[in-house]
Write a new protein. Structure first.
Length: 255
């Protein structure tokens, strides 16, 4: 009997890599893929997979929040997938849970599969689920940030996924959302909106500008400490002197 497997990752390349590696394993059957935490919760409930590759950093709900939404009696075996996240790695190691640290190689992936098969076939599956439940219970409460924003557009109400926003600027008594070639206005103050957005994703580069860090291509320092933030779509945004130093710290963390 094949091991029913669900792949959860918000990055298409990440899903494709795991899908390709699993396709070469006869013991595993891919029953679905999910692009965010909300989809993952629904898929786990409806598909009842034996094994889930669960990305930790995702929109809607992160990997930890996904686990918190699942009935503890229905928890599948989990292989966590994470980028360089010291907190997550320490949490997994403390509970003896398996994880893949991006970027992972084929050998490390194969090791994770072997451990998953051992846990599913052996008597320690119950022990593993207890450790998983212990991890969920030990996590600090997650602060809830906005995942969608409702804005008016030509007599319609458009629900913006915050992950689709490139940058936000203050325009008088309004904030203006830039999403690709589309822009939307919402009455309000940028400072108030900033507190409702995840600071790991949105960064203030100027008193009137917030930028989605996922859209940043590079930072160009200028004279007197100011700078230019170049987005992946070619937009150039001014960064104030006070914000430039903090931004460089975010983009170039100490290793």
């Amino acid at each position: 009997m094949k091991i029913r497997t669900l792949i959860v990752d918000d990055e298409p390349l990440g899903r494709r890599r795991i899908h390709k590696l699993l396709a070469a394993e006869a013991a595993f059957e891919i029953v679905g893929e999910s692009r965010d935490g909300r989809e993952a919760v629904k898929a786990i409930a409806t598909l009842a997979p034996d094994l889930v590759f669960l990305d930790v950093q995702m929109p809607e709900l992160n990997g930890f929040e996904v686990l918190g939404e699942i009935d503890p009696t229905q928890l599948p075996i989990i292989i966590f997938v994470t980028a360089h996240d010291d907190f997550a790695v320490k949490a997994f190691e403390a509970q003896a849970l398996d994880y893949l640290l991006k970027p992972f190689d084929d050998e490390r992936f194969a090791q994770a599969l072997e451990r998953a098969k051992t846990r599913l076939e052996g008597s320690n599956a119950a022990w593993f689920k207890q450790r998983l439940a212990s991890l969920v219970n030990s996590l600090p409460p997650q602060r809830q940030y906005l995942s969608r924003i409702a804005v008016k557009a030509n007599a319609r109400i458009v629900f913006l996924n915050v992950g689709a926003i490139d940058w936000i600027e203050a325009v008088g008594n309004y904030v203006k959302f830039h999403c690709g070639s589309e822009t939307y206005l919402l009455r309000g103050r940028l400072s108030k909106l900033e507190k409702k957005l995840n600071p790991d994703q949105f960064f203030r580069i100027h008193r009137s500008t917030l930028v989605n860090l996922d859209r940043v291509k590079e930072f160009q320092p200028l004279f007197k400490g100011e700078g230019i933030v170049l987005l992946k779509d070619g937009h150039r945004l001014a960064a104030s002197r006070a914000c430039s130093a903090r931004l460089q710290g975010v983009l170039q963390p100490e290793l």
